[in-house]
Design a protein around this ligand. Structure first.
Ligand SMILES: [Mg+2]
Length: 321
């Protein structure tokens, strides 16, 4: 390696956020590389955890062939899964486990379900993908909120509408068939409502990009809200310091959906490690999302019960078969 950063990274090389996102993308598209891309995504928690573990132990899905950075909460969950492979949803629900490790890898999940008419399956998979390693309510709800925002951005909702406190899916006023207002953890509700990050102004007074999921989501939304373009959003996130790679990954996912591939500086795209593989995965996830929506009969995800919990579990059953 030629870089001088803390991990010896060269420009265009990436860290655990992207490695774990690639693992998720591979798990959502198990047959695509072989079959040329037909059919919708699949969701199998144990398959995801096996791929995370292969990265952790053997460096798969790392450009260097090594896992050179992993969060403590993630590593502990992967070790629990290794000890008991029958329990892939290995995150601990204690509030002090509310790190940003689920949030940082969320983009492929959203891409795979972005064409659904309703948000039920997206929310169920987003939440469970977080619980694989991070089970605290704030971590799980942060993922759900980000998933709704990223889906909106992918579907062309303008930034000013998306990052307002009244964006319907987040506020609970989505189209018929959409879930009721999610029972957001209070700190996440405050962030997605926007009072905190908009009050910080363009100079980001009080914004901190730490590993705590509430700080991390707030910082990423602030970076996108206050930016003039994709480059500005990612630099604003990274320059907060602290957990800079992860804040920038979360902000960059949303910024990429808003400003598009053409909005990414050409010099950055030219330097990106594994650019062909990442680009191909994006196209295959888009194809899987479209195939899933085309195959869905009307009312694929009906409201099945009174409680949000029950519907979520049944939706997971319908997703996983
Ligand atoms: Mg990080």
């Amino acid at each position: 390696m030629v870089g001088g950063g803390p991990f010896g990274l060269a420009p265009g090389e990436w860290t655990d956020d992207t490695s774990m996102a690639l693992c998720l993308g591979d798990a959502l598209l198990p047959g695509h590389h072989a079959s040329g891309g037909v059919g919708g995504p699949t969701w199998e928690p144990a398959d995801v955890m096996r791929r995370f573990t292969a990265w952790y132990r053997d460096g798969s899905n790392s450009h260097s062939g090594k896992c050179f950075d992993i969060g403590a909460t993630t590593a502990a969950a992967l070790r629990r899964f290794e000890a008991d492979p029958s329990s892939p949803v290995a995150g601990v629900a204690h509030p002090d486990q509310a790190g940003n490790g689920g949030l940082m890898r969320m983009a492929p999940v959203v891409a795979a379900y972005a064409h659904d008419a309703d948000d039920g399956a997206l929310l169920a998979v987003a939440r469970e993908s977080c619980r694989l390693t991070h089970g605290a309510d704030e971590a799980v709800d942060g993922c759900a909120a980000y998933a709704l925002l990223l889906k909106g951005a992918l579907r062309g909702v303008p930034r000013g509408e998306l990052l307002s406190s009244s964006y319907p899916p987040v506020a609970g006023g989505g189209a018929a068939g959409s879930p009721p207002p999610p029972p957001w953890a209070p700190a996440i509700a405050q962030v997605v409502g926007g009072a905190t990050y908009r009050a910080a102004g363009r100079n980001g007074r009080g914004i901190r990009g730490t590993g705590y999921v509430v700080d991390s989501l707030e910082a990423a939304l602030w970076a996108v809200w206050s930016a003039t373009d994709y480059r500005d959003a990612v630099l604003r996130a990274a320059n907060l310091g602290d957990d800079a790679d992860t804040t920038a990954a979360i902000a960059g996912g949303l910024a990429g959906a808003l400003w598009g591939e053409d909005g990414i500086p050409p010099a950055w795209r030219a330097q990106l490690a594994w650019a062909d593989r990442i680009g191909q995965m994006g196209e295959e996830l888009e194809g899987a999302a479209a195939a899933r929506a085309a195959a869905a009969p009307a009312g694929l995800h009906p409201v099945l019960g009174d409680s949000h919990r029950r519907r979520t579990e049944e939706t997971i059953d319908s997703v996983t078969g």
